[in-house]
Design a protein around this ligand. Sequence first.
Ligand SMILES: O=P(O)(O)O[C@@H]1[C@@H](OP(=O)(O)O)[C@H](OP(=O)(O)O)[C@H](O)[C@H](OP(=O)(O)O)[C@H]1OP(=O)(O)O
Ligand SMILES: Nc1ncnc2c1ncn2[C@@H]1O[C@H](COP(=O)(O)OP(=O)(O)O)[C@@H](O)[C@H]1O
Ligand SMILES: [Mg+2]
Ligand SMILES: [Mg+2]
Length: 352
Amino acid sequence: MRLREELPCRNGDGGDEKDEVVDEIQNQCSQVLNSGFSCPKKVVVVGYALTSKKIKSFLQPKFQGLARNKGILFVAIDDNRPLSDQGPFDIVLHKLSGREWRQVLEDYRQSHPEVIVLDPPDAIQHLRNRQYMLQAVADLNLSDSYGKVGVPRQLVIKRDASSIPELVNRAGLTLPLVAKPLVADGSAKSHELSLAYDQYSLQKLEPPLVLQEFVNHGGVLFKVYIVGDAIKVVRRFSLPDVSKWELSEDAGLYHFPRVSCAAASADDADLDPNVAELPPRPLLEKLAKELRWRLGLRLFNLDIIRECGTRDHFYVIDINYFPGYGKMPEYEHIFTDFLLSLGHGKYKKKSG
Ligand SMILES: O=P(O)(O)O[C@@H]1[C@@H](OP(=O)(O)O)[C@H](OP(=O)(O)O)[C@H](O)[C@H](OP(=O)(O)O)[C@H]1OP(=O)(O)O
Ligand SMILES: Nc1ncnc2c1ncn2[C@@H]1O[C@H](COP(=O)(O)OP(=O)(O)O)[C@@H](O)[C@H]1O
Ligand SMILES: [Mg+2]
Ligand SMILES: [Mg+2]
């Protein structure tokens, strides 16, 4: 167990443990002491392997400061050095891509079962293919007194764009259709989506992709952020509805930008209350709990839309691993509490 109860005050025993991380902890604790606070008793060491974009958006100074005060220490993982030579860590937080990195993590999980890896590489991998991404939601088939949660009907096209109109016909999918690249690997290309208004334009698409029925939802979507047991929901602008008239008038492919990712939140906008009303909390709690278990993930978000003209009929259209938590309100407190509960849970298990 790496919750070093006495670390900052210890200097005799286990001198060989005086590696870089320990030095860093001592250094940070002396900073904390010098600044007038008492030294944190149990330090939770979180190794992180993130892209520079993610470091910037997630490890914001305010967050790092709060974490330090609560006894959480973030240590950058050097992916050019063996992972086992680094640390010791209590938790490893990661979002890097590539087969090699997945193997490194899998090997590390085998050799270090005491370290909590957020999250398991194979569970993350499952979300990287839009053919399977929403399967757990479909299987769950959630429907209770608070509402119904489903997924839009979709068709996977692996190759041969010329056959798409015929396949769409046979599957009985209704236009317009959202075309999404099959692979959701975080690359710019994987976020290049388009809306097909007519049969003919479907042939211009570039497989492999998923064709999903477009669901009118009043131009607002809900981002449901999940951090362990915690849930936070925000509103974002989305694509506007497509009327029957537009559908009959418009043709072709419309390549659309990353609407929901735009910095502007729809939380303060003057919206139709029927559109803006957040999905019922108990429904989201149930959905999140089930998906945590079914997906084997603790860090993800869901893009959810409400079918236009209904109060309680929802669709999950996207699931993202380790999303932009920097944009989640109160993420600093929610995330540090989560890391502490994991770290301290480990500690209790060992001593209990
Ligand atoms: O960078 P951000 O803050 O926009 O976060 C992205 C997410 O935005 P959101 O939290 O939904 O607003 C974004 O969500 P969407 O796909 O836009 O729904 C993804 O999670 C993206 O990761 P990736 O490119 O799919 O690997 C996330 O990008 P990474 O930060 O993980 O690269
Ligand atoms: N089935 C759908 N019905 C209506 N709008 C959709 C549908 N699928 C996607 N969208 C819109 O397209 C945006 C991007 O799609 P999404 O599946 O979330 O891809 P990404 O992984 O790139 O975020 C969504 O945020 C939403 O605005
Ligand atoms: Mg999305
Ligand atoms: Mg996505």
